[in-house]
Ligand binder design. Structure first.
Ligand SMILES: O=C(O)CCC(=O)c1ccccc1C(=O)O
Ligand SMILES: [Mg+2]
Length: 375
């Protein structure tokens, strides 16, 4: 497949409401829209790093640097037959997974479009509909979260994930169980806010029939998580700790988790996401698709990967209107039925770009061809 030109646009997309996690607050999404052109088709993907290095080490600016200095020149000057070749090209470059994923994803979309397939089909996905949940941020009070959850339950979301941090944990879960009962599919995401010194809090959370506790301990740990998993009946789900299929293998062998959250950006792209999916499937470990407050482009990629068979737990791919007044895709991501998204049947990601919205949000644009990177 020929990749003739790559474009990078930086966009600032305002969030409807501030989104707070244990590591920080966001009021807008600062991300890159990457386009890969070849043979008359264009593939799209977005970068998912936060503007600050508090979730992982990458930021939007480190991604621009990596794309421009290393990744785009490699893609424009190397023979590429399939998207997996891009992952292979990038393998000697350590980490910078979200930078790699931003361009690898655009190549996957381009590949699917050149072959006249959906991205889901190109990835080997089978599902035509997926179940989704919603991630609810930290609010000033427990009652504020309960109210938000009320709205999402009414909308039909299949899983409710709430963010927790020390001092905003047990009382929150207790209030949610009291209000919605024991059958609400509820989980908590700590974003690494705890250590084993706070194991008593984890043991208390263990009493609330949560479907999982996501990343309670350090972002770079699988040893303490294994110890903790042994003490809990609630499954631990790893997010921040898993960057590769090798990380997943080690976590499975150690017993560090019972579930893995796959984020395409965190693991360096769709090729690695598929590998982790396949590995987990072989070990009877369910996976689900996490989110990074993506625009519709990232959402479309998340929907496509979720069509693979071992994505058996609803992911964080909520609808466009959960975060955006106006998304940058047409049509916007919306429920087919409550809590259910259709896997689109158009070529590639199956969503078109709303160019007037992009134009209005764009703060930077640059285009790269073979001639640019050689000079
Ligand atoms: O709705 C979403 O996109 C998921 C939101 C979310 O939970 C999240 C958002 C930003 C960074 C990390 C996380 C996380 O899953 O840990
Ligand atoms: Mg998480």
């Amino acid at each position: 497949m020929k990749i003739e030109k790559i474009e990078v646009r930086r966009l600032h997309l305002p969030l409807k409401h501030a989104f707070e996690t244990s590591f920080g607050v966001q009021t807008k999404r600062d991300f890159l829209l990457v386009s890969a052109h070849g043979e008359g088709e264009t593939g799209y993907a977005e970068s998912v790093a936060m503007p600050f290095p508090f979730y992982n080490e990458e930021t939007t600016d480190t991604i621009i640097y990596m794309l421009e200095t290393f990744l785009i020149p490699l893609v424009l000057t190397s023979p590429i037959e399939r998207p997996e070749d891009v992952a292979r090209l990038f393998a000697p470059i350590r980490r910078n997974n979200m930078a790699k994923a931003a361009i690898e994803g655009a190549v996957w979309d381009l590949y699917a479009k050149q072959k006249g397939m959906t991205l889901a089909q190109a990835l080997g996905g089978e599902r035509t509909e997926i179940e989704v949940g919603v991630s609810v941020g930290i609010e000033p009070s427990v009652e504020d979260v309960v109210q938000k959850v009320e709205g999402f339950v009414a909308e039909g979301y299949k899983k409710i994930k709430v963010k927790i941090k020390p001092g905003f944990d047990i009382a929150l879960i207790e209030a949610l169980r009291k209000r919605f009962g024991d059958s609400l599919p509820l989980m908590a995401d700590a974003n690494s806010a705890y250590t084993l010194e706070q194991i008593d809090i984890m043991k208390e959370l263990d009493q609330y029939n949560l479907i999982m506790i996501e990343q309670p301990l350090a972002h770079d740990d699988i040893v303490d998580h294994a110890f903790l998993q042994n003490q809990l009946k609630t499954p631990i789900c790893l997010d921040e700790s898993i960057h590769t299929a090798e990380d997943a293998r080690r976590a499975i062998e150690l017993g560090s988790c019972k579930i893995i959250n796959i984020k395409i950006g965190r693991v360096g792209g769709l090729t690695e996401s598929k590998k982790i999916h396949d590995l987990c499937q072989a070990h009877n470990m369910p996976v689900w698709c996490g989110g990074m407050l993506e625009s519709g482009i990232g959402r479309a990629h998340n929907i496509a990967i979720t069509s693979l068979p071992n994505f058996t737990i609803p992911g964080d791919t909520s609808t466009s209107n959960r975060y955006w007044e106006q998304d940058i895709v047409v049509p916007e991501v919306a429920f087919l039925k409550p809590g259910i998204l259709a896997v689109p049947d158009g070529p590639g990601i199956g969503y078109a770009i709303n160019w007037s919205a992009v134009q209005a949000l764009q703060v930077h644009e640059k285009s790269y061809t073979m001639a640019d990177v050689k000079s």
